[in-house]
Design a protein around this ligand. Structure first.
Ligand code: ATP
Ligand code: MG
Length: 410
């Protein structure tokens, strides 16, 4: 009997041992917290595995197992509590997912997560799957040995050297202009396996989120347009016209192909660049994928009838996957730790009184009490009847919060 033969798992049911239908998540960050909220709203019990006693998801879950991600006892406890298990961060050890999958449905599976954890594998996967939609990766070279370093073609420079594993929010990356820079940057990165990507002329960045079920059914959202500041997502714009229609179609087709090619189950986010190739629309390049809901999809909670977290719950539990419908244009602003400090470095509370008075303002704070610069503390989604109104409210919110680098509302 396969682990997925118990699907679907309906909320509000009790199994033969008297245990209420419980869904589990590896990782207790904000993505886990929003997953827990979505699961609980449907009527599931939840369990979170995260060593941090203050983890945002652990704080709101029925069960919080406070062990490391590879701890055999912790994993056994999670498997015994839960009818199905998902993950909220890509660096969860894939061996742990494999262990859980021996007895429970796990979505996404260990193999898919392992691909997303390694840029080298990820790029091979993209080359094999995104091409059907006419989408390629940035030109790149794998650098694992000094020979490969010396063999790098000159036309990949200037470029960005990225560690194959464990990079996020622009960490583990160095911009390099020439061969000497490249050698120095690889030495700085301790000569771990890397990829060197050609630095591309970006017109814009966008991402596509899809959900794929155990039966291969797939639904998704149109692309969000994303603005990064210092390597961290700052603004997501989600409304018609944010990306040229032809690119939007192609990005959605590529994402579906990327998911289907590996029999992916769960929510997947794929990030794209729109590069300046001289054409009016620009060309689409696939950057990377996240085997989970994504920061750029948070607007779906307030602007769509089904959110990315609802779809994560549905997909893992074997429930139907309704096609989401966006009912309002939306703009999301990430709230990083620096907003909790004034110009003199004194701790402060952002002006929620004024922000919460704005029409269509949806504040989401993640329950983190310790603000640090660059730390994702929450986000603010603005919805409204039309794009111009949403942009105007977002501009006002950004002013009230003192958000630096806000470009989305111009
Ligand atoms: P994430 O937080 O999304 O996981 P990351 O650390 O994995 O980020 P990437 O998404 O690879 O890193 O890159 C971070 C940002 O750097 C991109 O969003 C883009 O703005 C810029 N960037 C990355 N690669 C290139 C490239 N080849 N050419 C131009 N800009 C790039
Ligand atoms: Mg990225």
């Amino acid at each position: 009997m396969s682990a997925s033969s118990c699907l679907p798992i309906f909320p509000g049911t009790v199994d033969e041992t008297g245990q209420p239908a419980t869904l589990g998540v590896m990782g207790g960050g904000q993505l886990g917290r929003m997953f827990v909220h979505a699961a609980q709203r449907l009527g599931y019990f939840t369990a979170v595995l995260d060593p941090d006693p203050q983890s945002p998801a652990g704080l709101v879950s029925h069960h919080h197992i406070q062990t490391g991600y590879s701890d055999a006892q912790g994993l056994a406890q999670l498997a015994s509590l839960c009818a199905a298990i998902t993950t909220e961060f890509e660096n969860v050890p894939s061996a742990a997912l494999q262990t859980l999958a021996a007895s429970r449905p796990v979505a996404p599976g260990a193999a898919a997560v392992a691909i997303a954890q390694d840029r080298i594998q990820e790029k091979s996967h993209f080359m094999a799957s995104a091409g059907v939609a006419g989408v390629t990766c940035a030109p790149y070279a794998v650098i694992e040995t000094p020979e490969q370093l010396h063999a790098v073609p000159a036309d990949l420079l200037p470029g960005i050297l990225k560690t194959a594993r464990m990079g996020y929010d622009g960490k583990g990356q160095a911009r390099v202009k020439n061969a000497a820079d490249l050698a120095a940057a690889w030495a700085d990165l301790k000569q771990v396996p890397c990829v060197l990507e050609k630095l591309l002329p970006l017109k814009a960045e966008c991402s596509v989120i899809v959900a794929r079920g155990w039966n291969g059914e797939i639904v998704g959202f149109p692309p969000q347009r994303n603005v990064h500041v210092d390597g961290i997502l700052a603004v997501t714009e989600a409304y018609e016209g944010n990306v040229p229609p032809a690119l939007s179609e192609r990005a959605q087709a590529a994402t579906k192909s990327i998911a289907s090619h590996i029999g992916y189950v769960g929510v997947l986010c794929v990030e794209f660049f729109v590069i300046d190739d001289g054409s009016e629309d620009g060309a689409l390049v696939v950057n990377e994928m996240a085997p989970r809901p994504h920061n750029s999809g948070h607007y779906t909670m307030d602007a769509c009838d089904v959110s990315q977290f609802d779809l994560q719950v549905h997909a893992m539990a074997g429930l139907p996957l309704p096609a989401p419908r966006q009912h309002s244009p939306a703009l999301m602003l990430n709230l990083l730790g620096e907003l909790w400090f004034d110009a003199g470095g004194q701790a402060r509370t952002p002006d929620w009184q004024a922000v919460l008075a704005l029409p269509g303002a949806h504040l989401h704070l993640y329950g983190k009490t310790d603000a640090r610069p660059g730390r994702k503390m929450g986000h603010l989604t603005l919805t409204g009847a039309d794009v111009a109104g949403v942009k105007a409210t977002a501009r006002r919110a950004a002013e009230l919060l003192g958000l630096p680098g806000f470009e989305g509302a111009q």
